[in-house]
Design a protein around this ligand. Structure first.
Ligand code: UDP
Ligand code: MG
Length: 339
């Protein structure tokens, strides 16, 4: 029995990035619409530069259902950028973000809204079980979450993906973070507010295969760690201090050995020491390079994504995006704020 004193959503936005998902996009739309049917809602689908039949399918769905909004990006900008595009265009006072591959069950959204009604501002879904993932993906994901937990300054629930529901206040705070390397699941924790978890069983992908290649996953993990931790940078300092200490201890040892004319380790040991120190220095430089590269990306201030076309843009003010067809994300927001 629902308690009427609790808050109810005026408009629910369900945001999903879509990249080459022609096999399952219709099923996703059907299930998402069914799950949100009890609310006033909009489904915001971001076509992240798909090269298969997805764009045409999306246009057809949008033509037959006004509640489905489609944002076509000008090329593939990647999962996190596409998701950001959807979040920026969402007009709702409650916004759910979800993968379109049906690994995240849309049917969980009403449960998440129930938590929101009781005062939670950020509701994240924690997967109890992950079906149909390769052992490799499970192992790397578990290493990543352990490493992230050790290094980063935000407490990220392990096994929580990007399946989240945000209150408008939390979403606005999130969108005010204009950084380019985006790790949205960390950023939604960073903004604070009331955070609550709901758990679910993660299904196998409905059709098609993962769009995250090993390369993309590695980039993504590096983005995540460098955005939320300076420890890798400081690591070089600690290792440097350690090796310098060892060197200082070694000096008197060598002198004493020399005086007593003992055997001194020769060429081999020196080669090892040089290789080891050289290696450590190169790694330290590489770590600095990762951060410097990201600083360069940030100062270039390029938009995070570019919109090529849009379907079913709401006409009412409030959340409706700028009128021009080509709209650049985040950078546009920043100039709006400054100018
Ligand atoms: N996706 C996207 N752009 C990309 C890669 C993925 O929009 O460059 C979308 C994809 O269509 C899906 C979601 O992001 O809806 C999650 O991708 P995927 O299922 O491939 O990732 P995984 O679940 O394997 O981590
Ligand atoms: Mg998936």
């Amino acid at each position: 029995m629902p308690d009427t004193s609790l808050r109810t959503p005026k408009l629910l936005s369900v945001v999903a990035p879509v990249f080459d998902e022609e096999e399952l996009i219709e099923d996703f739309v059907a299930r998402a619409c069914a799950a949100a049917a009890d609310y006033e809602f909009e489904l915001v689908l971001v076509n992240d530069g798909s090269s298969d039949g997805t764009p045409e399918l999306l246009d057809r769905i949008a033509a037959s259902d006004q509640r489905v909004r489609v944002i076509h990006l000008s090329r593939n900008f990647g999962h996190q950028a596409a998701l950001t595009a959807g979040l920026e265009h969402a007009a709702g006072d409650v916004v759910a973000m979800i993968d379109a591959d049906l690994q995240d069950p849309p049917e969980l959204i009403p449960d998440m809204i129930a938590q929101w009604s009781q005062g939670a501002d950020v509701v994240y879904a924690v997967r109890r079980q992950r079906e149909g993932e390769t052992a490799f993906k499970l192992a790397t994901a578990s290493w990543f979450y352990k490493l992230f937990d050790k290094l980063a300054q935000v407490d990220l629930e392990p096994n929580s993906g990007d399946f989240r529901l945000l209150d408008r206040r939390a979403l606005d705070a999130l969108l005010a973070m204009t950084e380019r390397s985006r790790f949205l699941r960390g950023m939604t924790v960073w903004v604070g507010f009331n955070q609550t978890a709901v758990s679910y069983e993660r299904d196998a992908r409905h059709a098609g295969e993962t769009k995250y290649t090993l390369r993309k996953m590695l980039r993504f993990s590096l983005d995540a760690i460098t955005s939320f931790s300076h420890l890798p940078l400081q690591l070089a300092t600690y290792i440097g201090i350690l090796s310098a200490t060892v060197a200082f201890v070694a000096i008197p040892v060598v002198i004493v050995l020399r005086i007593f004319d003992s055997y001194l380790p020769g060429f081999g040991a020196i080669t090892i020491a040089i290789l080891l120190l050289g290696g450590i220095q190169l790694i330290a430089l590489g770590v600095i390079g990762e951060y410097v590269g990201r600083i360069y990306d940030e100062v270039k201030h390029r938009p995070l994504y570019i919109v090529r076309d849009e379907r079913n843009r709401p006409v009412a003010p409030g959340g409706s995006p700028a009128p021009q067809a080509v709209r650049a994300g985040l950078a546009a927001r920043v100039t709006e704020r400054i100018g």
